[in-house]
Ligand binder design. Structure first.
Ligand code: ATR
Length: 275
């Protein structure tokens, strides 16, 4: 066993994850002896892996696709926000072997918006969200928490947006995917949570004709960093925030809990992760 603390990101596949670069950069920057690894773990090995890690010097882990939902039932304590979101992305292993699960995606979203668009006020008007998957759930919970007056949702599979409305309540308005552009009228926060625009995926083709230049626009896609969606919004005069920061900021609470230092997300961090 190693004599320094270890943490990991657990997923399948995992080779594309930027988390090892991020956390190992922070460890080096703050002079902390520790190690952050990528663990490729299949669904049938998830429980055995999580039970085995603490004895191998692991103090916690990030969890990514496809384990964010299933890891919840393996934890001894789940935070309220992870329960609300229905998924966990950050685990802390206690000394007595118990597993504590949290979700920091909503925190990462808010911190990225606040850093990337100073002056952004989520309470100033409706938020419009494209997509109704796991990332949308975390963002809905975060926005509801800070008092956004209305959340507009459009998803290719309308039923999934309706299910979110049934779960999260009256503040949500569902729009049809074929007229998704109409939900932009008057929206002051606009978020793409679909995979559209990602390298290798289809382009995001929703009309931005109704988009107001006052809106702050963000995309959870960060490869490419400047998606066509963000470029089109910027061309309309909107403030835009790229998606890399959400990934970087969601790592902050875990790193702080595991290694005792609250890490900075700045240009150097971005450069380190993109290098
Ligand atoms: P994540 O956890 O990143 O949100 P997800 O749960 O798989 O990932 O959600 C992906 C989102 O992208 C969904 O809203 C999905 O729409 P469906 O619910 O209809 O599947 C959306 N998405 C993916 N490919 C799409 C496409 N070609 N056109 C429109 N939406 C798409």
């Amino acid at each position: 066993m190693t004599n320094f603390p270890r943490a990991a990101v657990i997923g399948n596949p995992i080779s594309h994850s930027l988390s090892p670069k991020l956390h190992n950069y922070w460890l080096q920057r703050y002079g902390i002896s520790g190690q952050y690894e990528a663990l490729d773990v299949s669904k049938d090995m998830l429980e055995a892996t999580i039970r085995a890690l603490p004895a191998q010097g692991f103090i916690g882990a990030n969890v990514t696709i496809p384990h964010k939902v299933s890891v919840m039932k393996l934890a001894h304590h789940v935070t309220d926000r992870a329960t609300l979101i229905g998924a966990a992305n950050t685990l802390i292993f206690k000394n007595d072997g118990r597993v504590f699960a949290d979700n920091t995606d909503g925190y990462g979203f808010m911190a990225n918006m606040r850093q990337g668009a100073p002056g952004w006020d989520p309470k100033s008007g409706p938020a419009a969200i494209f997509g109704a998957g796991g990332a949308a759930r975390a963002i809905i919970v975060a926005l509801a928490d800070v008092g956004v007056p209305e959340i507009r949702l459009a998803n290719r599979t309308r039923l999934k947006a309706e299910a979110l409305k049934a779960e999260f309540g009256a503040r949500i308005r569902v729009f049809d995917w074929v007229q998704a552009g109409s939900m932009l009228d008057g929206a002051t926060t606009v978020i793409n949570t679909t995979s559209l625009g990602m390298k290798g995926a289809q382009e995001f083709k929703v009309s931005l004709a109704e988009l107001s230049p006052d809106a702050v626009v963000t995309d959870i896609v960060y490869n490419p960093l400047r998606t066509q969606f963000l470029e089109a919004a910027a061309a309309k005069g909107c403030q835009t925030v790229d998606g890399l920061g959400m990934l970087l900021h969601q790592g902050v609470p875990g790193f702080e809990r595991w290694f005792g230092t609250r890490p900075e997300v700045d240009e150097d961090t971005r450069r380190a992760v993109l290098s």
